[in-house]
Structures are given as structure tokens and as C-alpha cells.
Design a protein around this ligand. Structure first.
Ligand SMILES: Nc1nc2c(ncn2[C@@H]2O[C@H](COP(=O)(O)OP(=O)(O)OP(=O)(O)O)[C@@H](O)[C@H]2O)c(=O)[nH]1
Ligand SMILES: [Mg+2]
Ligand SMILES: [Zn+2]
Length: 213
């Protein structure tokens, strides 16, 4: 489950315009807008922070991931960094993943700002977010349709009719392609005998260490 959290509402007059832009990118996705410095304001996230939940904060450097974590934790134990004044970008303050147990019982993973988002195993997520497009693909004439310029492509026809925005189809195609490439390279990596097991183990032992400390 993905929730888009817009931060820094206190710095704009009307966050509505940003909420609208975000929801246009991904119709149907859950959205919240917060002032990450204000605990009361973060109460809107409580629904995802119950006992037994594990959540990860993802986003570019400087957006306020660690600030959200600090406010939820009720202290300032995680270092945060002012954004650069010249280009408003973050300074990559957080450099490693870390796990925290929140007062409400959830586990929170703070992560370094993304330089690049790599997708893996997200086919079902793509199908959810672009449900209307993946449904259409079932009507393409060819089972292996690339939805570019094939005859009888139901996706292209929907674009031509004006039923779907071409830009949305492009975003979908880009993600689908990236997913396919990553899926392939992961399969190769696994075949070479490396596994993600190490990473999972590290996360689990960190989780355990935090719980025991
Ligand atoms: N006014 C305001 N400032 C915020 C808010 N959220 C974060 N900030 C500020 O934005 C700057 C960056 O916040 P961080 O929490 O360090 O950002 P981050 O996403 O953890 O960044 P990296 O660790 O570099 O990936 C800090 O100066 C925060 O105080 C907010 O909702 N309102
Ligand atoms: Mg951070
Ligand atoms: Zn097609």
C-alpha cells in the first residue's frame, strides 16, 4: 500500500494545488499533506502506524523523511539537514537505513534520499495504479503487443479516442519496461548465486537488536 505524503504545508498558502497535481499523477492513490514539524498535524498518518505495521519513508533528499520520523518519535534523535539555498535540494543527510519503533507500535524505516528509484517486483503495483490500462491490454490483438504501434492495440485505440491521456500511457510504459528489465537482472543475479537474503537478514537482525536494546 502506497500513501503519498506531501510535506511542508506550512510553507505554502494553499496545499490544495499540490494535492491536485499529485493525485493527477496517480488517480486513486492515497494522499496526505502535512507539516512534518507538527505532531498534531501528523495525526492524519495514525491509521498507518498501528501495532504490527511496518512502514518505509521514501523520497528525494530534503523532503523531510527524517523530520517525519523525529516528530513521530517525539524527539530529535535523527539528524536532519537544511536544504541547500541555491537549488532547494537536500544534502543527503541520512546515509543509512535505520529502523525505529514508534510509540504506537509500528516499525518505521527511515531511508537515505533517493538518487534514483529502482523498481523490483512491482508488477502488481503497476497493475493496480494503472488498472484501466492493464485491463485494456487484454483486448490487444497480439498477446505480446508492446502497445507502441502494433495494429489492433487496444491501448493506442483508447488514446486515439481520447479515453486515456497519452502521457499517462507513457508513464505506464516506462514503469512497465523498467520493471521488466529489473526483473530480468534480478533473475540473473539470483542465478549467479547471490541473493537478497543477506539484506533481509540484516534488516531482521537490526529489528531484533533495536527491540532488545
Ligand atoms: N517548514 C517545514 N520544514 C520541514 C518540513 N519537513 C522537513 N522540513 C525541513 O526540511 C529539511 C530537510 O529535512 P530532512 O528530514 O532532513 O529531509 P530528509 O528527507 O530526511 O533528507 P535526506 O536525509 O537528505 O534524504 C530540514 O531543514 C527540515 O527541518 C515541514 O513539514 N515544514
Ligand atoms: Mg533523512
Ligand atoms: Zn497493445
Amino acid at each position: 500500500m502506497v500513501v503519498i505524503v506531501l510535506t511542508k504545508t506550512d510553507l505554502v498558502e494553499d496545499p490544495q494545488e499540490f494535492l491536485r497535481a499529485a493525485s493527477a499523477l496517480a488517480p486513486g492513490v492515497l494522499l496526505e499533506a502535512v507539516n512534518a514539524l507538527d505532531g498534531e498535524n501528523l495525526r492524519c498518518l495514525d491509521g498507518w502506524l498501528g501495532s504490527g505495521q511496518t512502514i518505509a519513508l521514501l523520497g528525494s533528499s530534503g523532503v523531510g523523511k527524517s523530520t517525519i520520523a523525529n516528530t513521530l518519535l517525539g524527539n530529535n534523535r535523527i539528524e536532519t539537514g537544511e536544504i541547500r539555498s541555491d537549488d532547494d535540494k537536500g544534502r543527503h543527510t541520512t546515509t543509512a537505513r535505520s529502523f525505529f519503533r514508534l510509540p504506537g507500535g509500528a516499525w518505521l524505516l527511515d531511508t537515505p534520499g533517493m538518487r534514483e528509484l529502482q523498481l523490483t517486483d512491482v508488477q502488481s503495483g503497476i497493475d493496480d495504479v494503472f488498472a484501466e490500462i492493464s485491463e485494456l491490454t487484454e483486448n490487444c490483438r497480439f498477446a505480446n503487443c508492446a502497445h507502441e504501434s502494433e495494429p489492433g492495440c487496444a491501448v493506442q485505440q483508447a488514446v486515439d479516442r481520447g479515453d486515456i491521456e497519452a502521457a499517462r500511457v507513457n508513464r505506464w510504459r516506462k514503469l512497465a519496461r523498467e520493471e521488466a528489465i529489473n526483473r530480468e537482472s534480478i533473475a540473473e543475479r539470483r542465478a549467479r548465486g547471490k541473493s537478497l537474503g543477506k539484506l533481509y537478514k540484516a534488516v531482521l537482525s537490526e529489528k531484533k537488536a533495536t527491540r532488545d536494546s
